[in-house]
Design a protein around this ligand. Structure first.
Ligand SMILES: NC(=O)C1=CN([C@@H]2O[C@H](COP(=O)(O)OP(=O)(O)OC[C@H]3O[C@@H](n4cnc5c(N)ncnc54)[C@H](O)[C@@H]3O)[C@@H](O)[C@H]2O)[C@H](O)CC1
Ligand SMILES: [K+]
Length: 525
């Protein structure tokens, strides 16, 4: 698992080391210089002779770059330092002594023009304007400088390598927002631990390859992370793999109230997602048309009421009041009364206006940005889809706090928030996954995992939800999102990590469901 820590947590971990006069900045700077050299070599350049431009702000972020520039100068780089704030004195002295060419632009009347000229000759731009000390959108003249460089980079994408120091300057370090202009990075060398803004969209999309420089912040190992990203190993540890003693009730039975006469296909897609994820049985409850379609595709689905350990309610049910939405409401009331974990998707989310208020964290909402905006607005927090897309983590957390439920906010990066515990940010998906029905498949996958842990989550095994169950719904939802994304990549012909190259090919939602077993085989070994 990748754990990201807030700026405050990093500072708290730094304090005792700084008090003990540990050379944090020297360690950070050496790591930065090493990573810049590696980035040059990765692109086929020689280190010696390469021209490096340091963009230096007025704090310790700039200090890191100045000390790193001294290392690079001693390795034969031609290093220029554009000072755009009162530079770190020690760093400036070290850089000057090592032959770094310093350009003090603090009094320049057109610093952006001067920086652009220096940038035009440079093979590497080191963005050290602000780090975790940033407060809000970049102020002038930094904003104009960053805008000019970002425009230049957009016009010449194959140009300089951009290396961000700690974070790309100007991102929302703790919430992943983009309050103002930011220079997209190819590499972010982050000190001590990833920051939330390097995992949370939209800022995470501008960080490039994130490399963590170890500066000895061991105190963070015991700190509760602000944001987590599950990796394959975490999913392997979580995924319920049946053994000789298992039967369908120990593996979990999922109740599925999905699909309608208008959208019958959602029932098939949600059932596909659940069945391919692996569970004891799916009980489908719905009208004649979707029932027939589900049975045609999956004869193993049982279409009569009975014992279930978890529910998926709402895929393919419209938000407008209808007989079907009433059936979903009745199923939700029964599930809550029985303390069963529930996934609420699509039309079921519209039920949360006034009737269902304080939900347990074992209820997992799976909205997209528009549905989350509608849900928050219905609860008195006037919110637009754009508001959610600009700050997904903040709005997912707000919805979790207001409803009490776990919120899986679908998007290119899927964010999962629970009323307490860390946020999750899963970014395995490919753009091909943006296709009709993919959300129905994901709802089925989340439901299958909840069913697999159904008795534990319902507290039947331990009385009240045990401490080791706290946070489990969020982890399971994040695990489902990881496998959903990996399955889409597999179906699209994109293998390996999210960073692997290749364009892939179109996929349907059913292709994604069909690829889940292959994605799991790759993960479970
Ligand atoms: N503490 C240490 O020894 C280490 C710190 N590391 C690096 O230091 C930065 C954090 O440094 P800090 O001095 O606290 O703040 P910054 O340099 O990030 O920024 C402060 C600097 O930026 C100006 N500023 C703030 N907000 C804005 C804005 N919106 N627009 C324009 N300018 C802004 C502010 O006025 C100051 O001048 C951390 O990120 C690390 O890179 C080392 O890595 C480890 C040791
Ligand atoms: K920076």
């Amino acid at each position: 698992m990748i754990s990201a820590h807030s700026a405050a947590a990093v500072r708290a971990a730094e304090e005792p080391l700084l008090a003990a006069r540990r050379p944090l900045m020297a360690t950070a700077a050496f790591a930065l210089a090493t990573r810049v050299a590696a980035a040059l070599r990765r692109e086929g350049y020689r280190v010696s002779g390469s021209i490096v431009l340091l963009l230096v702000g007025g704090g310790n972020n700039g200090g890191d770059a100045l000390f790193a520039g001294a290392h690079l100068a001693r390795r034969g780089c031609l290093v220029h330092a554009a000072l755009l704030g009162r530079a770190h004195a020690g760093g400036l002295a070290a850089a000057t002594a090592a032959g770094v060419q310093v350009h003090d632009l603090t009094e320049d009347d057109d610093p952006a023009g001067a920086v652009l000229e220096l940038a035009g000759w440079s093979g590497v731009w080191v963005d050290a304007l602000v780090g975790i000390g940033a407060r809000g959108a970049l102020r002038e003249p930094l904003a104009r400088v960053v805008e000019a460089l970002a425009e230049e980079r957009a016009e010449n994408p194959g140009g300089a390598i951009v290396v961000a120091v700690d974070v790309p300057s100007g991102i929302g370090v703790d919430d992943g927002t983009l309050p103002g202009p930011v220079l997209p990075a190819d590499v972010t060398v982050t000190m001590g631990a990833p920051k939330p803004g390097l995992l949370l969209p939209p800022a995470a999309d501008l960080a490039g390859r994130v490399e963590v420089a170890d500066v000895g912040l061991d105190a963070l190992d015991d700190a509760v992370p602000a944001v987590c990203r599950l990796t394959g190993d975490d999913v392997t540890a979580l995924w319920p793999v049946p053994g000789p003693g298992d039967h369908k009730y120990t593996r979990g039975v999922l109740g599925l109230v999905a699909g309608s006469q208008t959208y019958p296909g959602a029932a098939v897609l949600a059932a596909a997602g659940a069945l391919r994820t692996g569970l004891g049985m799916v009980r489908y409850l719905g009208p004649e048309v979707p029932t027939a379609l589900v049975h045609q595709r999956f004869p193993e689905v049982v279409a009569v009421p009975g014992r279930v350990q978890a529910w998926v309610l709402g895929p393919g049910v419209g938000p407008e009041p209808s007989v079907r939405s009433e059936e979903v409401g009745e199923a939700l009331a029964a599930a809550l009364a029985a303390h069963r974990p529930v996934v609420l998707d699509a039309g079921a989310l519209a039920l949360l206006g006034e009737t269902f208020t304080d939900l347990p964290a074992t209820v997992v909402l799976t909205p997209h940005a528009g549905e989350l905006a509608a849900l928050l607005t219905a609860r008195g927090e006037e919110t637009s889809r754009e508001d959610v897309e600009d700050a997904p983590a903040r709005h997912a957390r707000l919805a979790a706090e207001i409803t009490g439920a776990t919120v899986l906010l679908k998007g290119a990066t899927t964010v999962v928030a629970a009323p307490d515990g860390p946020l999750y940010a899963q970014a395995e998906a490919t753009g091909w996954l943006a296709t009709a029905g993919a959300g129905d498949v994901l709802a089925g996958m989340v439901g299958a995992l909840l069913a697999g842990y159904g008795d534990l989550l319902s507290g039947e095994l331990h009385g009240a939800l045990p401490s080791d169950g706290a946070g489990l719904p969020a982890r399971l939802a994040a695990a489902a999102a990881l496998v959903h994304g990996r399955a889409a990549r597999t179906a699209a012909g994109l293998t390996g990590e999210a960073t692997a190259g290749g364009a892939g090919a179109p996929v349907t939602a059913m292709d994604v469901a069909a690829a889940v077993p292959a994605a799991l085989r790759a993960l479970l070994g």
